[in-house]
Design a protein around this ligand. Structure first.
Ligand code: NAP
Length: 246
């Protein structure tokens, strides 16, 4: 019997990350889910994975903390020996206009979104290189491509992720490791639930497909990029935004 593949998803306890975890689980992968806050209901997710007879590991770690990332990856390798797919999904926003943005909020967003992606990628790649196989999918955003007023820190972190992804793709292609970024538009999750109905209506009117995306929309794309069906795709940024950015 062929060995089951393993996926590691950072920030997999809620929103897009949770849907990614469930999508890989349904497709027979071992699933490693990382999260950070105590209030997250990871027990419910663990139960859901167990009910589907999925081997899982659910680990608390701050992706911006190098020691915690090392522990996350070491524990993952101890349990599953290999990580075939890495989804760098953990991310936060601390929105404000430039003149009101504190340097703490700027740093925090860069630390978690961009440095976190670097730290986890570096730690996991060490093992992917030994196996000469792997697929890395990084969560960027359309605002990292076109910018957004009030999100200079977040947009900078996501633009950084795009440059990082392309560089990693070039560095690791010879080892048969692919790296791609997905750039979602507006997706219904906790992150966007803070937007008022008025703002959501305005957003929908600017989306050619006239609706916000779902976590499932994004998870299906991420699953495709982790699978062999995309084996000739690397270094790309794929927008998933109902046609907002063309
Ligand atoms: P979300 O619902 O707010 O979930 C964020 C996830 O990240 C949670 O699992 C959270 O863990 C985890 N997390 C936060 N800080 C962390 C840290 N320091 N270390 C480890 N995990 C951490 O977010 P989402 O909307 O699903 O977004 C997921 C990704 O897609 C993000 O990178 C986001 O920037 C990107 N994205 C989202 C949208 C959108 O419209 N929603 C659009 C474009 C891009 P806890 O549950 O433990 O707090």
């Amino acid at each position: 019997m062929e060995k089951r593949k393993t996926v590691l998803i950072t920030g997999g306890s809620r929103g897009i990350g949770k849907e990614v975890a469930l999508t890989y689980a349904k497709n027979g992968y071992n699933v490693i889910v990382n999260y950070i806050s105590d209030k997250t209901d990871v027990e419910a997710l663990k139960k859901e994975l167990e009910e589907n007879k999925i081997e899982s590991l659910i680990i608390k770690a701050d992706v911006s903390n190098e020691k915690e990332v090392e522990n996350l990856v070491t524990k993952s390798i101890e349990k599953f020996e290999q990580i075939d797919v890495l989804v760098n999904n953990a991310g936060i926003t601390r929105d404000n206009l430039l003149m009101r943005m504190s340097s703490e909020d700027f740093d925090k967003v860069l630390e978690i979104n961009l440095k976190g992606t670097f730290l986890v990628t570096k730690a996991v790649t060490k093992y992917m290189m030994k196996k000469r196989q792997g697929s890395i999918i990084n969560l960027a955003s359309v605002v990292g491509v076109v910018g957004n007023a009030g999100q200079s820190n977040y947009a900078a972190s996501k633009a950084g992720i795009i440059g990082f992804t392309k560089s990693v793709a070039k560095e690791l292609a010879s080892r048969n490791i692919r790296a791609n970024a997905v750039a979602p538009g507006f997706i219904s999750t906790d992150m966007t639930s803070v937007l008022s109905d008025q703002v959501k209506e305005n957003i929908n009117s600017q989306i050619p497909l006239k609706r916000m995306g779902t976590a499932k929309d994004v998870a299906e794309l991420i699953y495709f990029l982790g699978s062999e069906k995309s084996e000739y795709i690397t270094g790309q940024v794929i927008n998933i935004d109902g046609g907002m950015v063309m």
